[in-house]
Design a protein around this ligand. Structure first.
Ligand SMILES: Nc1ncnc2c1ncn2[C@@H]1O[C@H](COP(=O)(O)OP(=O)(O)OP(=O)(O)O)[C@@H](O)[C@H]1O
Length: 285
């Protein structure tokens, strides 16, 4: 476990690099991969995170939904340790090996694909690990390509390979498929879920897309007014069928929590109608 904090109380017990937190989990819960207590983030006089408590189980796939501007990226950045101005009196514990993925692939344009994937990896096995990761995401043979020679979906695949090659205990993903077309998105959903099931990191996926959340995650959180307003377990077998009535029940519950009602037979527009920029994205396969 590592601790990182700006104004946060560090865990008093010694951290052992590369090991999981040895302390027992609360009864009935998996050992946490992430534990954050009373996270607070203010921008000027606006408080975006209001004493948020967050515990993510090891190997648990969690999606984080919320309206635009609700603070999803702020929370993810806080957990990633990228924001040193997070306040709070609580603790923030994360695993040693954390990988990040964003809407843009953030591949370095001056490095070939394999060098992007293995950047910062040490040891004689790094190249082979990079090649294995590229093969896993369907990019075998593209190791010598430049990033600009890959399509948007392929760039995101390379970014996933870069994340996975580090064998993360925690994958933090901020709208990783937000810029992709609908068909590529569907393929990437399948790929992410497959890779997750093979490697089992804890995942925190920030998304606007309610269907994406229900399809991929085993737990969905909704961030609203600076607090976690919904914590919903998605207890459906995978792969998930969007036409399954239970899928739709979860979807409707989440849409309602986001202030959108999704009766396809309704003759009036959903009420209350959020502003266009606030409206959560609902994709249709
Ligand atoms: N560096 C900053 N300075 C000032 N305000 C900020 C800063 N970063 C974020 N904010 C504000 O904090 C709020 C939450 O932003 P954040 O990006 O976390 O929201 P979000 O839920 O991820 O939004 P979206 O879904 O649109 O990406 C917004 O109102 C935003 O304007």
């Amino acid at each position: 476990m590592a601790t990182h904090a700006g104004g946060l109380t560090k865990d008093p017990r010694p951290a052992v690099p590369g090991t999981r937190d040895p302390r027992p989990a609360a009864p009935g819960t998996a050992a946490p991969a992430v534990r954050a207590g009373r996270l607070v983030r203010r921008f000027g006089d606006r408080t975006v995170l209001k004493e948020i408590d967050l515990a993510l189980g090891a190997g648990e796939f969690t999606a984080l939904l919320g309206r635009s501007g609700s603070g999803k990226s702020t929370l993810l950045r806080a957990v990633a340790g990228l924001d040193h101005d997070v306040e709070g009196s609580g603790e923030l514990l994360v695993p040693e090996r954390v990988s990040l993925s964003f809407q843009d692939s953030r591949l370095l344009p001056w490095l070939r694909v394999l060098d992007n994937v293995t950047l910062g990896l040490r040891g004689p096995g790094a190249r082979d690990r990079g090649l294995t990761a590229l093969a896993e995401v369907g990019l075998a043979g593209r190791e010598r390509s430049w990033p600009h020679e890959l399509s948007g979906g392929e760039q995101q695949r390379a970014a996933l390979a870069r994340a996975l090659v580090r064998d993360p205990e925690l994958l933090l993903a901020d709208e990783p498929f937000g810029a992709l077309d609908a068909l590529t998105r569907i393929k990437m959903h399948d790929l992410l879920r497959e890779l997750y099931e093979r490697h089992r990191p804890a995942v925190l996926l920030v998304t606007h897309d309610v269907d994406e959340a229900v399809e991929l995650a085993d737990r969905v959180l909704v961030l609203d007014e600076g607090a976690i307003s919904v914590d919903l377990a998605i207890d459906l077998p995978t792969p998930r069928d969007r036409r399954d009535p239970r899928f739709q029940e979860h979807r409707d519950a989440l849409l309602a929590a986001l202030g959108v009602h999704s009766d396809p037979h309704a003759s009036v527009p959903p009420q209350p109608a959020p502003r266009q920029e606030d409206r959560p994205h609902v994709s249709h396969a």
